[in-house]
Design a protein around this ligand. Structure first.
Ligand code: ATP
Length: 382
């Protein structure tokens, strides 16, 4: 077992495509780390550098304490699972799983009659390992089938089995669920988490899907334009996004952003969001920045129907009246699009609500959970 360290890692393609820009990140031994970010942010390139499929332009990659920049991929003791599974089409499932083991462990024994007994022992050991992982992943029924005779979900499990059977130090997974339908994705997500808990193998998992990142990662590293934006436990990133980009990327429906100014009024420091004002919570860092242009961020679940008994207690300071433009029922809650002056907000409202489309209603905002970002740098002010 081993952790993985990116130390000042950069990768430039051609003259000026900086795919990864001075990445510093430490993935702990046995950790499940998700690299997440929009298309083109450099997450696949980062993963491929750990695998040795791409050379870094600058910096070091360590697996455990060993610098692996010059170690060939086959000697890095990693296993990679790709989006397209990359199974051998002409081999059955059993051979697909066993192939890597045979190559590694039977090497040198095949043609030597004197080692025949030894080779039989290794073959028996491989057989046991293949059958154990096939059982673990519930694919033992399909061992004799070819990949084309399997569903997408079954193929994905074969790809996982092939990776697991080698007991590598590190798993690298590049969007491994993206070819599965929505239901199977959720199911396989849970299976992968269970498998990680059971095997405890250090895993780096790449995805552009913030829900996968939130639900699977013990920690998540959010990237943008090759640069690391924030790395922390999902709940911490959600509650305290480091900047406006992270705040907008994590959470669905997304955070509301409003241009605002910090003002002082009647002895209170307020955030003036053009169509309404909210007092800053006690001790907020922005309180010392009267006159500053900022962006106010409010998550949809921090706005609630003020006439409902909910976690947000309405007061004279946190309540606004807004018109309900659209109300989308989701079953367990509504997504409400509400308007106040020229400002539009999205709110998620409990399905007990009596608010109606086209009518005004009162909404309470959780002041303790508002976010303030610098209007220029977009960094969070805390
Ligand atoms: P996606 O989610 O779309 O796979 P990603 O975040 O994994 O995106 P990368 O594939 O790492 O992003 O690509 C990062 C940047 O590097 C992109 O601008 C991409 O076009 C560029 N890039 C990647 N591979 C190469 C290459 N072999 N040659 C030139 N540019 C490349």
């Amino acid at each position: 077992m081993a952790g993985v360290t990116f130390r000042n890692i950069s990768k430039v393609f051609g003259k000026d495509v900086k795919a990864v820009d001075n990445l510093n990140l430490e993935i702990r031994d046995q950790e499940f780390m998700v690299l997440v970010g929009p298309s083109g942010c450099g997450k696949t390139t980062a993963l491929r550098m750990v695998a040795g499929l791409e050379e870094s332009t600058d910096g070091d990659i360590l697996i455990g304490d060993v610098r692996v920049n010059d170690v060939p991929p086959k000697d890095r003791d990693i296993a990679m699972v790709f989006q397209n599974y990359a199974l051998y089409p002409h081999m059955n499932v059993y051979d697909n799983i066993a192939f890597g083991l045979r190559l590694r462990e039977l090497k040198g024994f095949f043609w030597q009659v004197s080692h025949w007994g030894e080779a039989q022992k290794i073959k028996a050991d491989i057989d046991e390992r293949v059958r154990t992982v096939a059982t673990m992943l519930d694919i033992e029924k399909y061992l004799a089938r070819r990949p084309k005779e399997l569903s997408g979900g079954q193929r994905q499990r074969v790809a996982l089995a092939r990776a697991i059977v080698r007991k590598p130090k590190v798993f690298l997974m590049d969007e491994p669920l993206s070819n599965l339908d929505a239901k199977l994705r959720v199911q396989t997500r849970a299976e992968l988490i269970r498998l990680h808990r059971k095997l405890g193998i250090t895993t780096i998992y790449v995805t552009h899907d913030q829900i996968e990142a939130m639900t699977m990662g013990q920690r998540m590293a959010i990237m943008r334009d090759g640069k690391l934006q924030q790395c922390d436990e999902p709940e911490k990133v959600y509650a305290n996004p480091a900047n406006k980009f992270v705040a907008s990327f994590i959470g669905s429906p997304p955070m509301n952003f409003l241009p605002a100014k910090i003002v002082q009024e009647g002895g209170r420091v307020m955030v003036d969001a053009v169509d309404f004002k909210l007092p800053l919570p006690e001790g907020h860092g922005a309180a010392a920045m009267v006159g500053k242009d900022v962006t106010l961020g409010i998550r949809p679940e921090e706005i609630d129907d003020a006439d409902l008994v909910s976690s947000i207690t309405p007061t004279e300071f946190n309540t606004i009246t807004a018109k309900v433009d659209v109300l989308e029922p989701l079953g367990h809650e509504y997504v409400a699009y509400i308007g106040i002056g020229k400002t539009s907000l999205i709110a998620t409202i409990d399905n007990e609500t009596r608010i109606k489309e086209g009518h005004d209603a009162r909404f309470a905002i959780n002041l303790e959970r508002i976010h303030i970002f610098d209007a220029v740098t977009e960094e969070a002010i805390k």
